[in-house]
Design a protein. Structure first.
Ligand code: NAP
Length: 288
């Protein structure tokens, strides 16, 4: 068997064109182009790369981008004050806090102070809770939202299927597991303490991997014909690798999101969709 590849790059390009039209219509009707602010503390190379990618995504749809780059040594109080300013600024419609933060800045305390109405990454507990409770409105984190879109558009059947999600981060693993549960999958969440992981993975009709260990999953972990979503993105010897060993997994799976060109390109374009939703909600219901 050779898996059908679910190509996010092409789909993301179409979505970008559609969203770009919606941003232009909004600007024509209101004179406003929504603004996304992204806050980075320190100079982590991956966060700097992500900042540039978000800037390009904003440019691609005609949104404004406001990078807020703070020094690594900024005090926790200064970081909180900068976030509070963005949360209160009426000219800012979406806010992202880029990880990693320096050790002296408590991630959870900071995120608690983020205005949930501008939380386009869906990380504030109010939005995460609304996602868990299936209540609107909420922001679904863009990475799992993009993966679900690829699966739905490929007519993947969810109801009653066994889904295994490896990884339990707030931004990928947990929300992906919830989105699968809401579609009536029987969901197992696996992580670094899971025993017999290959055996657990082999039970999956739908296997989603968000670990960040390149090529950890091989074809023997795959139930023949399974749908495999590879979120992993790690640079190895100058090229981008997923968590799946592409050759053997592609040979065993029925469908696979490739790396590069699978879930990655969908993420930033769906972030732009969340920004547009944030603007609309802020105008209609400023207090979530
Ligand atoms: P993260 O916060 O570091 O979470 C990694 C998860 O993997 C944790 O839950 C961890 O378990 C688990 N894990 C680590 N080693 C493991 C092992 N040997 N066996 C089983 N589970 C293990 O990472 P993340 O932010 O979710 O990102 C995961 C990957 O997705 C990274 O490669 C990242 O670059 C990529 N990513 C891609 C996109 C995209 O657009 N495609 C977006 C975001 C992230 P514990 O909880 O027990 O520690």
């Amino acid at each position: 068997m050779t898996a059908q590849l679910l190509k996010g790059r092409q789909r993301a390009k179409q979505l970008q064109t559609e969203l770009s039209e919606r941003f232009t219509e909004l600007a024509a009707a209101t004179g406003v182009r929504p603004t996304l602010a992204a806050m980075q503390v320190g100079g982590d190379a991956a966060a700097s790369g992500y900042l540039r990618a978000i800037s390009r995504a904003c440019q691609g749809v005609g949104a404004n981008f406001r990078p807020v780059e703070l020094h690594e040594q900024s005090s926790a109080g200064d970081v909180q004050a900068a976030l509070a300013e963005l949360s209160d600024d009426e000219a800012v419609h979406g806010i992202m806090v880029l990880e990693p933060l320096p050790d002296h800045v408590d991630d959870s305390q900071l995120i608690d102070r983020l205005n949930p109405a501008k939380d386009v990454d869906g990380v504030h507990p109010l939005n995460a809770g609304r996602l868990a409770a299936q209540r609107q409105p909420h922001f679904v984190p863009a990475t799992p939202a993009g993966a679900i879109m690829l699966l739905e558009e490929a007519d993947v059947a969810f109801r009653g299927k066994s889904a295994v999600v490896i990884g339990r981060s707030d931004i990928v693993g947990k929300p992906m597991a919830l989105l699968l549960l809401h579609r009536h999958c029987t969901v197992t969440i696996a992580h670094s303490r899971t025993e017999n992981l290959p055996e657990v993975a082999r039970q999956a009709d739908i296997l989603c991997v968000a670990v960040g260990r390149p090529e950890m999953i091989t074809g023997e972990w795959i139930k023949p014909g399974a749908v495999v979503v590879d979120f992993g993105t790690t640079y190895m010897d100058g090229s981008l690798k997923g968590d799946c060993e592409q050759g053997s997994v592609e040979a065993a799976a029925g469908m696979l999101t490739p790396v590069p060109g699978g879930t990655g390109p969908m993420t930033n374009v769906l972030l732009m969709r969340n920004l547009l939703d944030a603007y609309r909600r802020l105008v209609s219901t400023p207090n979530l």
